[in-house]
Write a protein that binds this ligand. Sequence first.
Ligand code: BG6
Length: 459
Amino acid sequence: MANKTLKSTTFVIFGAGGDLSTRKILPAIYKLVESKKLSKFCIIGLARTDRKFNDIIKEAKKHIKTSKKDQAKAKKIWEKIEQRSTYLSLDFNTESGYQQLKETIHKLESRYNKTKNRLFYLATLPTQYQNITKYLTKYQIATKSSIKFSRIAYEKPFGTDQITAKKINKCINKVFHEKLVYRIDHYLGKELVSNMALLRFTNRVLEPLWSNKHIEKVDIVMTEKLDIGKRGNFYDNYGALKDVVQNHLLQLVALTAMEQPKKLEAKYIRDQKVKVLQKTKIQSMQLGQYNKFTKVKGVKKNSKTDTFAALKLTINNSRWRGVPFNIKTGKALNKKETYIDIKFKHIPCLLQSCPRETNHLRINIKDPNITLKINSKLPGTKNQVIPISLKFSENLHFDQNSPKAYENLIEQIIQGDQSAFVRSDEVEASWKIIDAAIKKHKGKLLTYKKGSTGPKVPK
Ligand code: BG6
């Protein structure tokens, strides 16, 4: 990406002391300052507890790796961030603190960001979204008249079902025009996910084959070694289906299956994603739980929450009718993998030597790389066919430090580009799929051993 200077920005981070803020948001801001894209900025960190901003920065620093030779430079950048930041303890649900927030923002902006572009970043529980949104407007902290731009970013999960998502959307859209709302799904900031549309629609060797005529099935896999860790309380109320399938994995389905947008712009991309989600139906689902899950702090002893989910989806349109989209995800498994696998149909065999393997395209989001498996002659033999891999590795061909998801996303919010953010109707359409899946699910919860390949999923 070209080194483009970003508009000056005031970051107002709700939930500044939390995991997301210290692991992702602040390190992303650091990266934008380091690359000199961001020079005029200030940060107001908000959380309930009494803390100092430099304690939060201490945490954030752990997530930026610096080589020995760059240590002096890194120190300077962190000092700059610290100098331009302040912390305010605020009970998000109580109105009284918002006047003080307004004054704090003014004070800092008068020194560091006179343009008053503001980005409100809600790294909080979804239950707090409605009050924060309401008070930001009531106290004219986020009103159009007083400042140049104000954009508001919400982290997933966006509700717990379609009804709650609709309620939250309604409340937000009462005060913020949809054009100012950035619903974050960090998967859309990943390099190969943001590459999906271009990959599909700019390649003659792919797009004409991208349908039930040539594709047998699509597998979307996101497995993790990571267990629930310290997130017992949160996770026990969500589970795999709501934590990652409703958002990350259905976004991957939508990007894989959508029709070509008229232009590669937010409106058109999101229109196509919604259309395909509205045609997506659940065919079957298995849920599982790893054996030590109920021992995790914050998890109920008799919890039936899923830490593993396998779903078969179908898309009822002429392009995809008959092609299963298989989704698999799980915590505490034997390896971390994230990929989309497209299995092509067998080619009619006209030769004596028929290939046993069909063509496969794997879009590996984690590493990231793209591998195409084709058939070729085994060297030295007479017409014996073996599969060979053509591999394109992002890290080999581009900048080794290709931007991380949050850095990309924050940059896009400041630029006002909504194409990698989820629109209200997309969120509601994907919850509808999940609600139907839960309603239809009759099977029992399968169990699996921590560190294993997961439960045996019946075909
Ligand atoms: C988050 C989920 O959205 O994504 C986590 O809440 C999960 O449970 C994480 O671990 C996975 O993200 P990534 O980028 O590591 O695949």
